[in-house]
Design a protein around this ligand. Structure first.
Ligand code: GLY
Ligand code: MN
Ligand code: MN
Length: 432
């Protein structure tokens, strides 16, 4: 594993060399960040380090630390390890990565300044990480280049992402069992945490655990403690993290056979077909539009909308049922950087009428994207559809019967390769 990390670090150094040369800098300084406190209080918010910092070192709970890299030299890690008897300070650095750094331990945040090279330095971090004479400048030319490159995962990163899948799948299995046992959203959430070994604070994003109509809320943010009288459906969008790398998985379950269970199966079939289309050179925008067409086919086959799928897409009918984008790049961040920009930072436009699509750059080997079609019964959007000219093509009685089930989303992570795509999520489920 250490050789995977060594190769990863050497790729990061090559990318930094190129980005520094392009942007006209001699050094790359990366601040991990500082803890942020609640207003008028002494309670910090959970610390989330600068993702650029986590790209170089697998450290999560390390405010006031820095990476300093000068091309041709061993990278420096300025490691903040305070004398603190109120909290547990960071342990001494350990792991296979340590041998690759010149490590300088500091006790006070401002001591870092003495270890950071000056001159033409690109300083990446939030404004509040500034030290005397070391003020983050976040040069756009450098950041655009690094962000674009972050789209291409190293073998080390893919390894961590596969582990993050396996960790999440344990939670998904436990959550499904808790749903089938009649658990509340909160009970299901706790079963997920227990099975993954996560706490609420170190999840890569807040779990979405929706029973019945809550499954229609795209980013449903509560976990009700009430057990529903009649559990019908369950949508879980939940991930896990390994060494700073995220997974982001969604599954939808029906308690009983019937029209909603059939719809889940139909969306699942289309989702898997779309996953297989993740290939080098494919324009992700085309996949998104193809998804609309496929979902139009599902709506027609299910007898919900009586229109040609192409017309449904052209007239915005599918968007009433699928109002988000097909997916996004994922890695150090759940919604990873540079999904819609080229190496120079130029925006690659979304198709007209699709304002939430997060990925527009062409797929290439090493990229990992989510494929997450959905089909929801969202009262707000259905009311608009009902008020429009297409309402006459919709079977409103069928919709009425499906409203209590909320909706469906199925989400996997898929790695683009030189050949067949690798579905990281399905493989983790198959191994579990
Ligand atoms: N979990 C948020 C998303 O799927 O993008
Ligand atoms: Mn996602
Ligand atoms: Mn998700």
């Amino acid at each position: 594993m250490s050789s995977l990390y060594a190769e990863h670090l050497s790729i990061l150094m090559q990318r930094a060399d190129a980005a520094l040369a392009k942007a006209g800098f001699d050094h790359l300084l990366i601040a991990s960040g500082v803890e942020k406190y609640q207003f008028l209080d002494d309670r910090p918010y959970p610390f989330k380090p600068n993702p650029h910092f986590r790209h170089w070192v697998p450290l999560q709970q390390h405010p006031h630390s820095w990476i300093a890299y000068t091309p041709g030299q061993r990278p420096v890690l300025v490691y903040h390890q305070p004398d603190d008897y109120w909290h547990v300070p960071p342990a001494p650095p350990e792991g296979a990565w340590v041998e690759h750094f010149d490590i300088r331990i500091i006790r006070e945040p401002q001591e870092a300044a003495a270890h950071l090279p000056r001159g033409r330095a690109a300083i990446v971090g939030e404004a509040d990480a500034a030290l005397e004479g070391v003020v983050p400048n976040n040069p756009p030319v450098l950041l655009n280049a690094l962000h674009y490159q972050r789209g291409f995962k190293t073998a080390y990163e893919l390894d961590r992402m596969r582990r993050a899948q396996r960790r999440a799948v344990k939670g998904h299995r436990a959550a499904e069992a808790a749903f089938r046992a009649g658990g509340s959203e909160r009970e299901i959430h706790r079963a997920y945490l227990e099975a993954t070994g996560h706490s609420d604070l170190d999840l890569p994003y807040t779990n979405i655990i929706g029973l019945n109509q809550h499954a229609a809320v795209l980013h449903y943010q509560y976990q009700s403690p009430e057990r529903p009288a009649t559990p019908l459906s369950f949508l879980i969008d939940a991930g896990a993290e390994v060494d700073g790398y995220a997974s982001d998985i969604t599954r939808t379950y029906a308690m009983h056979e019937g029209a909603f269970a059939d719809l889940i199966a139909a969306v699942d079939a289309e989702q898997q077909a779309l996953c297989r289309r993740v290939r080098s050179g494919v324009d992700y925008r085309d996949l998104h539009l193809e998804c609309h067409l496929r979902l139009g086919g599902v709506l027609r086959s299910a007898g919900i909308v009586d229109m040609d799928p192409g017309e449904m897409v052209a007239e915005g009918v599918t968007s009433a049922f699928f109002p988000h984008g097909l997916g996004h790049p994922i890695g150090l961040q759940v919604h990873d950087v540079a999904g819609r920009h080229d190496e120079e930072g130029n925006e690659i436009p979304r198709p007209a009428g699709h304002p939430y699509l997060r990925t527009t750059r062409p797929l290439a080997p090493g990229m990992v994207v989510t494929i997450e079609p959905g089909l929801y019964f969202i009262p707000l959007l259905l009311e608009r559809l009902k008020a429009g000219p297409q309402a006459k093509h919709v079977d409103w009685a069928a919709i009425e019967a499906l409203l209590p089930y909320g909706g469906i989303r199925i989400e996997d992570e898929v790695a683009c390769t030189d050949g067949e795509p690798e579905n990281l999520t399905r493989e983790a489920f198959a191994q579990a």
